[in-house]
Design a protein around this ligand. Structure first.
Ligand code: 13P
Ligand code: SF4
Length: 326
């Protein structure tokens, strides 16, 4: 006898996230997931989702998931006419820079980033005056206007490589002070840092890591390089969100602590049910502005389109493409 599978496509997806989404919460997501799957087909849209997105977005509606570098690379590929960025505004701007002819939607244009807020193009001009001749390496967590004022971009996955690729004794690195200091610890290149901070990662302390090791013996500790250098020093490994996921997949520790945004552990634990994830969790309020309901509305209304002044877009694109070419 064959039993018909009467579950909706969304209900079938629940199997994937059962471990991290309680059954009582699931019905609230189902209708939006169904609608988004349909709207993606109708609009020829793809959803790119950052590793910090909630599991119902990351596992149930995203076509591509990854760190900032992977999302930038994926944004440069493919022929979908519409890209929905389930991430923060600078990620959507980067996708638009690399796809000027496509429609890029951000489900909540207010989804910002404390790092992107910390610096303006005028600040970059002042840094150039103060350190003449030093190239400016700018983290992708910035506005297009700041990228346009820079020589080359980097992400947390390639910052060291970008700095060393320039073949100079001194660079200015903006805007993340901690990323700059963590890179400086690995290179002979002199790094002039800006004072920007990630409001999520700056909260972690070295004492937190020591307490975590006491409470969870044997836990392997992985930290994001936006954490303070003393936190990175206490960790077993530091890397971008994708590098952390890669470490977990390769080394399969029995117990692991991802010192980063909360949703990462949920998302990764779905794939590795045999690993115990300790959750030293900090929420990014900007990432959490993106919800299934807002993704659905963006696709229904085609509102939230990202536009960039062409005079800014051309030099900003150059800085991003220079990084991608490495
Ligand atoms: P990743 O590039 O490592 O994904 O980091 C992006 C980010 O915003 C981290 O806070
Ligand atoms: Fe910005 Fe930090 Fe949020 Fe990443 S986690 S988007 S760096 S505020």
């Amino acid at each position: 006898m064959t039993l018909l599978d009467v579950r909706t496509p969304a209900a079938a997806l629940y199997e994937r996230v059962r471990k991290v989404i309680p059954p009582i919460e699931w019905p609230a997501f189902e209708a939006d997931i169904e609608a988004i799957l349909r709207l993606k087909r109708e609009r020829g849209a793809i959803v790119l989702a950052h590793n910090y997105q909630s599991p119902e977005i990351f596992h149930c509606v995203a076509d591509v998931v990854g760190d900032s570098l992977a999302l930038a690379r994926e944004a440069a590929k493919g022929d979908a006419p519409v890209i929905v960025m389930a991430g923060v505004h600078f990620m959507a701007e980067t996708a638009k820079l690399l796809n000027p002819s496509k429609t890029v939607l951000i489900p909540d244009p207010e989804a910002g980033c404390s790092l992107a807020e910390s610096i303006t193009p005028e600040d970059v001009a002042l840094l150039r005056q103060a350190y003449p001749g030093a190239p400016v390496v700018t983290y992708v967590n910035t506005s297009a206007a700041v990228k346009a004022a820079s020589d080359i971009c980097c992400t947390s996955a390639n910052a060291l490589k970008v700095v060393e690729s320039l073949g100079v004794p001194r660079v200015v690195m903006t805007p993340d002070e901690f990323l700059a200091r963590n890179v400086a610890a690995q290179t002979k290149v002199e790094i002039i840092a800006w004072r920007g901070r990630c409001e999520v990662h700056e909260q972690f302390t070295a004492a937190d890591i020591r307490e975590l090791r006491e409470s969870y013996p044997g836990a392997v500790v992985l930290a994001h390089p936006e954490c303070p250098p003393e936190v990175v020093a206490e960790a077993d490994f530091a890397g971008s969100t994708a590098d952390m996921i890669g470490y977990v997949g390769k080394n399969r520790p029995a117990r692991v602590a991802l010192v980063t945004e909360c949703s990462m552990s949920d998302n990764v634990s779905v794939q590795y049910p045999d690993i115990e994830f300790v959750r030293p969790c900090a929420l990014c309020p900007h990432m959490k502005r993106i919800t299934l309901g807002k993704i659905r509305r963006a696709l229904e209304t085609m509102r939230g389109e990202v536009t960039i002044d062409p005079a800014v877009a051309a030099p900003a694109r150059r800085a991003v493409e220079r990084m991608l070419a490495l």
